[in-house]
Design a protein around this ligand. Structure first.
Ligand code: CA
Length: 225
């Protein structure tokens, strides 16, 4: 199994290289961001250990570029900062796990093994329907090249509709999936949210993608004129 380590601190990199090599992994180390990204894109690795603070290009930017480039190599992020926002950011960008420095090698090894057992995440990073594109790692939607200004919930709602395109979805199902409401869900919540979403996704454009299915809910699909 091949592991690429992108880490600028020589001591940490040496300690990881030695420990992982002794455990039986083939290890390569990059100490600079741009070089690290080139290696991550250009070689097949089973795992990437990625430091956040790097010279050149930082770990966030490497992770984003990697996922945008369609590379699903599992990523374990390393950081010195124990900020919850960092963890959320890393996981949203498509990191598989997160380890705060300093850490014991045994802890790192346990995380590495867990990630490798899971295997690579074979998830689409970009969903496309007609001229609509959803960039999942960046949580960004666009139509005909125009970026849509969506809230996090609106993006989640759109993602659900797009993932299940062509399938009529009930308001109950939408409420459960997007708002995690399981009981007494108020259909108004969904109606209002769909109206807002349509005003951004459909109203400014000629072809409509969100359609009402009477007595059921909504379906997302492209209908040729
Ligand atoms: Ca660093």
């Amino acid at each position: 199994m091949r592991i690429l380590i992108i880490e600028d601190e020589a001591k940490t990199a040496a300690f990881l290289r030695q420990g992982l090599s002794e455990t039986g992994f083939t290890v390569e180390v990059a100490s600079e961001g741009d070089e690290g990204l080139q290696l991550a894109l250009g070689t097949e690795n089973d795992l990437l250990i990625l430091d956040v603070m790097l010279p050149g290009r930082d770990g966030w930017s490497i992770l984003e570029a990697l996922r945008a480039g369609g590379k699903h190599t599992p990523v374990l992020m390393l950081t010195a900062r124990d900020a919850i926002e960092d963890k959320v950011k890393g996981l949203e960008l498509g990191a598989d796990d997160y380890l705060v420095k300093p850490f014991a090698f045994s802890e790192l090894l346990a995380r590495v093994r867990t990630i490798l057992r899971r295997g690579p995440v074979r998830q689409d990073t970009i969903l496309t329907v007609a001229d609509l594109q959803l960039d999942l790692p960046r949580r960004r939607a666009s139509r005909a090249g125009t970026v849509l200004d969506l809230t996090a919930k609106e993006f989640a709602l759109l993602e659900l509709l797009v993932r299940r395109r062509g399938e009529p979805l009930s308001k109950t199902l939408i409420a459960e999936q997007v708002w995690d409401i399981h009981f007494h869900s108020d259909p108004n919540v969904v109606e209002v949210a769909i109206r807002r979403l349509r005003s951004k996704v459909d109203d400014p454009f000629a072809s409509k993608l969100i359609h009402t299915v009477r007595g059921v809910g909504y379906v997302f699909e492209y209908r040729a004129e």
